[in-house]
Each structure stands twice: as structure tokens, then as C-alpha cells.
Design a binder for this molecule. Structure first.
Ligand SMILES: C[S@@+](CC[C@H](N)C(=O)[O-])C[C@H]1O[C@@H](n2cnc3c(N)ncnc32)[C@H](O)[C@@H]1O
Length: 331
């Protein structure tokens, strides 16, 4: 099964995979009554029936995944006939943590930069989807340094060219009882840190000045408190842009001439594969559709198993993998 796209029903195919052999399951099952794939799950009579089917698949995934592995499910919600959100993804996740021996590490929210541009008068445009990250043990593989090496929101990347950032501190330094030498040093350091904010290297900063802030400044002896007393000021840099947050901003992707109507973004999958696996690890997608998971794995040197019930999608996924291989080079 390794490095193959296999056509068939995941309810049956998953049974052929032995216990504890997969490092990561990452998938996007059909959403409830969103699209008609012509076959397979997603068109059950009730949301409960749909969740039940997803739980059966999930149960198999737990069996197949190694103790150090992860399971990531991406799901979308749906408004019911009464116009209320059904909360299907969260109902599914709640059932999982109630019934399966797994923990929910994060709900990673995909923020769609280009949601369907249909504005309603009395509700906002849905533009997020959860990726639920479950693990079987506390010993799960996790390479946080490999995840989103670029800031993952537009805000994170924003430079602050023309702002009054830090201006108030110049006035405070001037009004303080620091010596002339201390004032000069404080001014120089203030200029430096303002530049760091403007370049987007840090998110923001705070400056504490001896006679102004020291009385109220807690801090430990020997740390900033000593710095404040000895040099007359201290600067606290806030690396907000560097935080690895549980949100990923990405556009909804479409692939030219792709027969599949609901492809998930390859770049999000690549980030999660880097975060949760090593090279040569095995990644399974029981609803592989157009083959996005397999393509991400091929590019990153991971092994993949892709299952899908629809022969046309399987064929397309195989062709996509050949093109990917050709672009990567054969050797
Ligand atoms: C949301 S799509 C997955 C799209 C995929 N992530 C991509 O990027 O192309 C869900 C897929 O599940 C498949 N599917 C539905 N029921 C299935 C079943 N019982 N077994 C295997 N595949 C099934 C559908 O054919 C569809 O391609």
C-alpha cells in the first residue's frame, strides 16, 4: 500500500492496515451534505448518522497510528434548515475525546483569505475551518522548529513604517532623573528597538525607566530589576510575530482542470506534515481526493497511503503525483 493511491471504500480498506504502522493520519472527510461526491459518506440522513460514520473511521485510524503519531481531521460546518450552525466539526471532536484514547492537542484554525464572496444581510461570511490535532500519547513526535518558519498571518508580517512607536519613551527619558550619560545610552537603545519594530523583527516592546517605573516594577533580583537600578532603564522585547499560533492564513486553492471540487491547501498540509513527521515516515489519508496529502508527502520525502472511493479522483491523484515527481526530478 505504501506510496500508492488505492481506490476503494475506507471502511473496508482501513481494516487491511495493521496496528501501529502509520505516523500521521491527515485528512479532510466529505463535509456533511455539502457536496455530492456521488458515493461514500457525507449524505447520511442526519448529522448524528454522519458523525457516527466519521467516528468509525476515526476508531480505525487510532488503531493504525503509532503511539508517537498524530491524527489530524479537517472538517467544515453547515447551517441547518432553521438557519443555525450545526457545529458538526466540534460535535465530532467532542465525541472523539469522550470515546477514544486520544487527546486533542490543538484546534488549528484555517483562516481563508478568499472565502466564498457571498455576503448575507444578517450574518457574517464563514471564513474559517478547524484542523483538529489528536494524539495517542504525550510522547507524540513534534518538530515545532520546522513549522511555519515564516509568520503565518498577514498581521505577523506587517512592518510598522510610519508610526509613532516608542515616541512617548523619549519624553519620559528626558523628564527622568537619569544622568546625562544614562539618558544618552537609553536614547540610543530606544532608537535601536524602534527600528526592530519597524522592520517587523519584533512585535512591540516596553521600556522601564528607573525613577518612573522602578517602584512598581516587580521582577527578580539580579534580572531586569538590577539592570533598571544599575543602567537606569531596561527594554522588554515582545516577540509576538515569532509565536507559533494555532491559526494558519491561506487561500482556498483551485487547481486548473482538476475534477475534484474541494481540494484542501497543499501548503497547510506541508506545514502539518513537517510539524508531525520525520522524513521517511508514513502518512495516511483515508479520503485523499485529488491527492493533495500524497503530493505534500512526496515533496517532503515522506511515504504516503492515499485511499478514495471515487475512481476518477484516484486517477487524477496518480497523474498529479507523476507530474510532481517529474518536477522534482527522477533522481
Ligand atoms: C473533501 S474530499 C477530500 C479532498 C482532498 N483533501 C483533496 O485535497 O483533494 C473527500 C473525499 O472523500 C471521498 N470519500 C467519500 N466517502 C469515502 C469512503 N467511504 N471511502 C473513501 N473515500 C471516500 C470522496 O470521494 C472525496 O474525494
Amino acid at each position: 500500500m505504501i506510496n500508492q493511491i488505492i481506490e476503494g471504500d475506507s471502511f473496508e480498506l482501513l481494516e487491511c492496515i495493521p496496528n501501529g504502522v502509520v505516523d500521521l493520519v491527515i485528512t479532510s472527510p466529505p463535509y456533511y451534505k455539502q457536496r455530492d461526491y456521488g458515493m461514500g459518506i457525507g449524505n447520511e440522513d442526519t448529522p448524528e448518522g454522519y458523525i457516527e460514520n466519521l467516528l468509525t473511521i476515526f476508531h480505525e485510524c487510532v488503531r493504525i497510528v503509532k503511539n508517537t503519531g498524530s491524527i489530524v481531521f479537517n472538517l467544515g460546518d453547515k447551517y441547518n434548515k432553521e438557519g443555525s450552525l450545526s457545529l458538526i466539526p466540534f460535535r465530532f471532536a467532542a465525541e472523539v475525546i469522550k470515546n477514544e484514547p486520544v487527546k486533542l492537542v490543538n484546534t488549528i484554525t484555517w483562516i481563508k483569505r478568499n472565502p466564498t464572496p457571498r455576503q448575507f444581510k444578517r450574518r457574517l461570511v464563514s471564513s474559517t475551518e478547524p484542523f483538529f490535532h489528536f494524539v495517542k500519547s504525550n510522547n507524540y513526535y513534534y518538530n515545532i522548529d520546522a513549522f511555519l518558519t515564516e509568520p503565518n498571518t498577514k498581521k505577523g508580517r506587517r512592518k510598522r513604517e510610519n508610526t509613532n512607536v516608542g515616541k512617548k519613551y523619549f519624553k519620559l527619558i528626558e523628564a527622568s532623573t537619569l544622568s546625562e550619560q544614562e539618558k544618552q545610552k537609553a536614547g540610543e537603545e530606544l532608537h535601536k528597538v524602534i527600528e526592530e519594530v519597524k522592520k517587523g523583527e519584533i512585535a512591540e516592546f516596553r521600556m522601564k525607566i528607573r525613577d518612573i517605573h522602578a517602584p512598581a516594577f516587580g521582577g527578580q533580583e539580579g534580572g531586569r530589576k538590577t539592570q533598571l537600578e544599575k543602567q537606569g532603564f531596561t527594554i522588554i522585547r515582545i516577540f509576538g510575530n515569532e509565536l507559533k499560533r494555532d491559526v494558519i492564513e491561506n487561500s482556498v486553492e483551485t487547481i486548473k482542470n482538476c475534477p475534484h471540487p474541494a481540494v484542501y491547501p497543499e501548503s497547510i498540509i506541508r506545514e502539518l506534515v513537517k510539524l508531525l513527521t520525520r522524513e521517511e515516515d508514513v502518512v495516511l489519508d483515508p479520503f485523499v481526493g485529488s491527492g493533495t496529502t500524497a503530493v505534500a508527502c512526496k515533496k517532503l520525502g515522506r511515504k504516503y497511503i492515499g485511499l478514495d472511493i471515487n475512481p476518477e479522483y484516484c486517477e487524477y491523484a496518480r497523474e498529479r503525483l507523476i507530474t510532481t515527481q517529474a518536477k522534482l526530478g527522477w533522481f
